[in-house]
Design a protein around this ligand. Structure first.
Ligand code: HEM
Length: 399
C-alpha cells in the first residue's frame, strides 16, 4: 500500500517514526503525494544513487516532476513571480546548464576561502553572545542566535552595507516565519529580491574584489542571473543553518557527557558537527524532489520515465546499513558520509560555510556561557512538525 507523504515528525530528535518501517520494507516504496504517486527512497545507498544518477532530473519543468512545496493551482501573479524567481536558481537546473553556474561559484566556497571567512564569523558570533549576555540571564535562542547568525554571515559574504542589515535581517526572518501568512512571506521575498537587485546594480557600477565583484568580473552571468544566484545563496543558506543551531544546542545539552568531552577536546568539534547534521537531517526530502527522465532500475525496482521521486534524506541518514546504532547520537562516530548536504552534482555548495558557522557558533556559545540551560522540558518545546525544513519555533534558555 502506498504511504501518504509527507509523513510528519513527532519528536525533535528523530525522523518520522514510519521511516524505519518503510526502510525495512524496501529501498524504494510507493508514496501518495499531493500531485500523485511517487517513489520514496528510504536507504542510504539508493539515496546516493538517485542523487548522483544520470537519467534523473531536478528541474521542476521536467514532465512528471513532483513539486516539493508549491501547490498545483497558482494565480497568474504567482506564476509570473515564480518565473522571475527561477532565473539563476541553479539548484533547479540539470547538467549541462547547471554546471555553468556551479563552476563560477565553486571557487567562492573552497575550504581555503572558508578559512579566510572564519575570523569574520567569529566576530559575528561574539557580538551576538555579547548582546545576549548584556540582556540576560535569559534569551530565546532561535531569535537571538539561530536566525541572526546565518543572515549576518550572508550579509558579510555579499557585502551588504551595515546600514541595511536590519532591513535585510527583518525580511529574511519574515520570509521563513511559519506563523506569517503566505502573502506576507511573498512580500518579504519580493522586497529582498528588489534589495539584492539594487546591490548587484551598485556592484556592477563599481565592482570590488569580493564574491559579487568576482562573479560580475567573470562576464558569464546576466544581471538577472546574478540577482537569482545571490538570492539562492541567501535562501539555501539561511533557514537550514538557522534551524540547525538551536537543535544542535538542545541535543548537546541533552548529552552532557559528550559536550564535556568536546569542551576538553575542541579539535573534535568538526566531527560533532557532522554527527549533528546526520542526526537531525533538517532538509530531509524537501530539496530532493526528482523525476526519472529514462527507464531504469534502482535498488531492484523498475522506475519508469516520468515517475516522480523523493529521497528521504532523514531516513537514509538513519539507515543501519550505513551507520551503526543509527538512532544514537554519537559525536565520535565520524558521520561525514551522511547525505544531509545531498550528494552528486547538487551537493550543498555552502557546506563548508555551514560547517564553519555551526562549529564556531557552538564552540563559542558553550565556552562563553558554560552554564547554559534550556528552561522548558522537551515536551514543552514547540517544533515545526508541519514545516518544510525541520527546526524549533522557539527555545527559551537561561544561564
Ligand atoms: C546546515 C546548513 C545547510 C544544509 C543542511 C544544507 C543542505 C543542502 C542540501 C541537502 C542541498 C542539496 C539540494 C539538492 O540535491 O537538490 C543543498 C544545496 C545547496 N546549498 Fe545548502 N545547506 C546548508 C547550508 C548552506 C549554506 C550556508 C549555503 C550558502 C550560503 C548553501 C547553499 C546551497 C546551494 C547554492 C545549493 C545548490 C547547489 C547546486 O544545486 O549545485 N547551503 N544544501
Amino acid at each position: 500500500m502506498a504511504e501518504t507523504f509527507p509523513v510528519p515528525r513527532t519528536c525533535p530528535f528523530a525522523p518520522p517514526p514510519e521511516y524505519e518501517h518503510m526502510r525495512e520494507q524496501a529501498p524504494l516504496v510507493r508514496g501518495t503525494h499531493r500531485d500523485g504517486e511517487v517513489w520514496l527512497v528510504t536507504r542510504h545507498a539508493e539515496a546516493k544513487q538517485v542523487l548522483a544518477g544520470s537519467g534523473i532530473s531536478t528541474n521542476p519543468a521536467s514532465p512528471g516532476h513532483p513539486n516539493a512545496i508549491t501547490s498545483g493551482t497558482r494565480s497568474p501573479e504567482e506564476i509570473a513571480a515564480l518565473e522571475a524567481f527561477s532565473i539563476g536558481h541553479f539548484i533547479d537546473l540539470d547538467p549541462p546548464e547547471h554546471g555553468r553556474f556551479r563552476r563560477l561559484l565553486i571557487p567562492e566556497f573552497t575550504v581555503r576561502r572558508m578559512r579566510e571567512l572564519r575570523p569574520g564569523i567569529q566576530r559575528l558570533v561574539d557580538q551576538l553572545i555579547d548582546d545576549m549576555l548584556a540582556k540576560g540571564p535569559e534569551a530565546e535562542l532561535v531569535e537571538a542566535f539561530g536566525l541572526a547568525l546565518p543572515s549576518l554571515v550572508i550579509c558579510q559574504l555579499l557585502g551588504v552595507p551595515y546600514a541595511d542589515r536590519e532591513f535585510f535581517q527583518s525580511r529574511t526572518r519574515t520570509m521563513i516565519d511559519p506563523t506569517a501568512d503566505s502573502q506576507t512571506r511573498w512580500g518579504a521575498m519580493s522586497e529582498l529580491r528588489s534589495f539584492l537587485d539594487g546591490l548587484v546594480t551598485g556592484a556592477e557600477a563599481a565592482p570590488e574584489d569580493d564574491l559579487l565583484g568576482r562573479l560580475i568580473g567573470s562576464g558569464q552571468l546576466t544581471h538577472d542571473e546574478l540577482v537569482g544566484v545571490i538570492f539562492l545563496l541567501l535562501v539555501a543558506g539561511h533557514e537550514t543553518t538557522a534551524n540547525m543551531l538551536p537543535l544542535s544546542v538542545l541535543t548537546l545539552l541533552r548529552h552532557p557527557g559528550q559536550l564535556a568531552a568536546l569542551r576538553e577536546n575542541p579539535g573534535k568539534w568538526p566531527m560533532a558537527v557532522d554527527e549533528l547534521l546526520r542526526y537531525h537531517s533538517v532538509v530531509d526530502w524537501v530539496a530532493f524532489d526528482r523525476v526519472a527522465t529514462e527507464d531504469q532500475e534502482i535498488g531492484g525496482q523498475q522506475v519508469r520515465k516520468g515517475e516522480g521521486i523523493f529521497v528521504l534524506g532523514a531516513s537514509a541518514n538513519r539507515d543501519e546499513r550505513a551507520f551503526e546504532r543509527p538512532d544514537e547520537f554519537d559525536v565520535e562516530r565520524g558521520a561525514r558520509h551522511h547525505v544531509a548536504f545531498g550528494y552528486g552534482v547538487h551537493q550543498c555548495l555552502g557546506q563548508n560555510l555551514a560547517r564553519a558557522e555551526l562549529e564556531i557558533a557552538l564552540r563559542t556559545l558553550f565556552e562563553r556561557i558554560p552554564d547554559l540551560r534550556v528552561t522548558v522540558s522537551d515536551e514543552d518545546l514547540s517544533a515545526k512538525y508541519d514545516g518544510a525544513i525541520f527546526g524549533l519555533k522557539a527555545m527559551p534558555v537561561a544561564w
